[in-house]
Design a protein around this ligand. Structure first.
Ligand SMILES: [Zn+2]
Ligand SMILES: [Zn+2]
Length: 275
């Protein structure tokens, strides 16, 4: 077969009488055989940005700056999730500062409408799997990202038990950076994924694809398994500055390798968290 005068990939597929497969999915045998061809998520499918830090904890820019910047990028909403009180090294929020932030968010919501600011928190998952505030305070958030930030050296039983307990908490909305890995420097803790996925499905908890280029956590090969459980993936920048919002693009790239569609993505939806 002569491929010399073909100018693009589509032409190569056509010449070999195969339906075109996007580059991200060429490791998937079923797709290569033409059995399925999902409509992969694109950056423009994302309607809002979740997992954003501000100067309330360890972010570089203020609450107002992060909100106005996200709105200027064309998104419909932002979910603010500063660190919770146990993350003292990251200036985590004591309850009085949580309430102060909620008050500021309410004022900004009135000012910036129809852009919407959700009151969230990135709650530490404590050593025993509980969250970092009492339930009365947790219930006041629009959503809660539960993440492990401390005592990361755990065996698979301990790690799974800790994470599953956090998933079971009725206030947990999203499991943040599920393995705690940092690319090229930290492997993260092992998890029994069947147990984690079953718990997420049962308690309607979404799983984060942390789009920070040093994390990219959850690993993309696990996305199809999560989707098979009916779990939605949230592509989150974990932004600590205005520019950090742009990390979502890496998340979208990785999510596409995992076969994610807009329907499977939490923040590709407009009306979330009951709003
Ligand atoms: Zn985190
Ligand atoms: Zn974070």
């Amino acid at each position: 077969m002569d491929f010399k005068n073909l100018s693009n990939e589509e032409a190569v597929f056509e010449k070999t009488k195969q339906s075109f497969v996007v580059p991200e999915l060429r490791e998937n045998a079923e797709i290569l055989q033409g059995k399925i061809q999902p409509q992969l998520i694109q950056g423009q499918d994302l309607k809002g940005i979740l997992h954003v830090h501000t100067t309330y904890s360890d972010g570089l820019h203020s609450l107002r700056e992060m909100c106005e910047h996200t709105r200027s990028l064309g998104y419909a909403y932002i979910g603010i999730t500063d660190h919770s009180q146990s993350a003292f090294y990251a200036n985590g929020l004591k309850p009085d500062r949580v309430l102060a932030q909620m008050e500021e968010i309410e004022k900004l919501n009135a000012e910036l409408a129809p852009f919407r600011i959700f009151k969230g928190i990135e709650s530490d998952i404590l050593n025993d799997g509980s969250l970092d505030y009492d339930d009365a305070l947790l219930e006041q958030f629009d959503f809660v990202i539960a993440s492990v930030h401390s005592n990361l050296r755990m065996n698979i039983e301990k790690a799974t038990e800790r994470v599953v307990r956090a998933i079971e908490h009725p206030c947990t909305t999203i499991l943040g950076h599920p393995t705690g890995r940092l690319l090229l420097s930290r492997e993260g803790y092992p998890l029994d994924w069947d147990a984690v996925f079953e718990a997420c499905a049962k308690h309607k908890v979404s799983i984060e694809l942390n789009a920070h280029p040093r994390r990219l956590d959850i690993y993309w090969t696990l996305i199809p398994r999560a989707l098979a459980h009916g779990i939605r993936i949230s592509i989150n920048p974990d932004a600590h500055s205005k520019d950090g919002i742009l990390h979502t693009r890496y998340g979208v790239m990785v999510a596409r390798k995992g076969g994610l569609t807009a329907a499977g993505c939490l923040n590709a939806e407009v009306g979330i968290f009951g709003n």
